[in-house]
Design a protein around this ligand. Structure first.
Ligand SMILES: Nc1ncnc2c1ncn2[C@@H]1O[C@H](COP(=O)(O)OP(=O)(O)OP(=O)(O)O)[C@@H](O)[C@H]1O
Length: 242
């Protein structure tokens, strides 16, 4: 096994994965530096979510390696990967999945409570993040009473509330109206930058990817730059800016 470079917080080598024989990742290698915002840009079905899930330890790749802070993730047993996800990572999906019986503030506070933070502190910290994301005024409402855009802001607050080392964001602005997108993206990136949080941001939208420090374009399960030239021409609509 080759050890990853010391300055990469996340490092993946030659990741391959198929679902029921149909390939989703065809050999992706990448490194993410501490505090970096890395964009993964690609059309639907290009493997962005599968790559994020492998990097986050949610999914074990069929082949290849994932390292976090110079320790292998792909060889960890399930319970250790779940701990890693709970304690060190945050996840923002394209559809906010909040617990319906909890208020917005309780949802945002949940990761802190799971880490054993006292209730009062967890509530105060969650409220601060909701305020920062402009949903402080709906903190006592339950998800069913919120607009989809508000639910997504709560989900983003929940992902940031523990100040995780890495946030994986899979189309984080997808449920938002166009006017809201830039603002929410700015909040996410400025919160990440001010706390030194590394972000891996998957998106289909080049405007969203432009918020990243560096962009890797995926096409058909591999980085566009790694494709043979004749294939790359066909994928010119989402060209790489690595
Ligand atoms: N759980 C799954 N079961 C079966 N096939 C899957 C599963 N997840 C992804 N795939 C397939 O793997 C390929 C890559 O999908 P993936 O979701 O990683 O791409 P994506 O770039 O994130 O696309 P999207 O923007 O649509 O989410 C697609 O062909 C998809 O249909």
């Amino acid at each position: 096994m080759v050890a990853p470079p010391d300055n990469d917080v996340l490092w993946a080598r030659a990741l391959r994965h198929s679902f029921q024989g149909s390939p989703a990742l065809l050999g992706v290698s990448l490194g993410v530096r501490e505090g970096e915002i890395l964009g993964l840009l690609g059309p639907r079905g290009s493997g962005k979510t599968t790559l994020l899930r492998c990097l986050a330890g949610q999914l074990l790749p069929d082949q290849g390696e994932v390292w976090f802070n110079s320790a292998p993730v792909h060889t960890l047993p399930l319970a250790a990967r779940e701990r890693l996800r709970r304690d060190r990572f945050g996840w923002i999906g394209g559809t906010p999945q909040l617990l319906p019986e909890l208020t917005a503030r309780e949802n945002a506070a949940l990761p802190l409570l799971l880490c054993g933070i006292p209730h009062r502190t967890a509530k105060t910290t969650a409220q601060e993040w909701l305020d920062r994301l402009d949903v402080g005024s709906v903190a006592r409402k339950r998800p069913a009473e919120l607009l989809q855009a508000q639910r997504q802001r709560v989900a983003i607050a929940r992902a940031l509330v523990t100040l995780p080392e890495v946030v994986f964001a899979d189309e984080p602005t997808a449920p938002l109206h166009r006017a809201d997108r830039a603002q929410v993206l700015r909040m996410l990136t400025s919160a990440a930058r001010s706390h030194g949080i590394t972000v891996v941001l998957a998106t289909i939208d080049p405007e969203v990817a432009a918020a990243a420090d560096r962009v890797i374009t995926l096409v058909d399960g591999r980085p566009a730059a790694a494709m043979p030239a004749q294939d790359r021409e066909g994928a010119a609509s989402c060209s790489a800016s690595v």
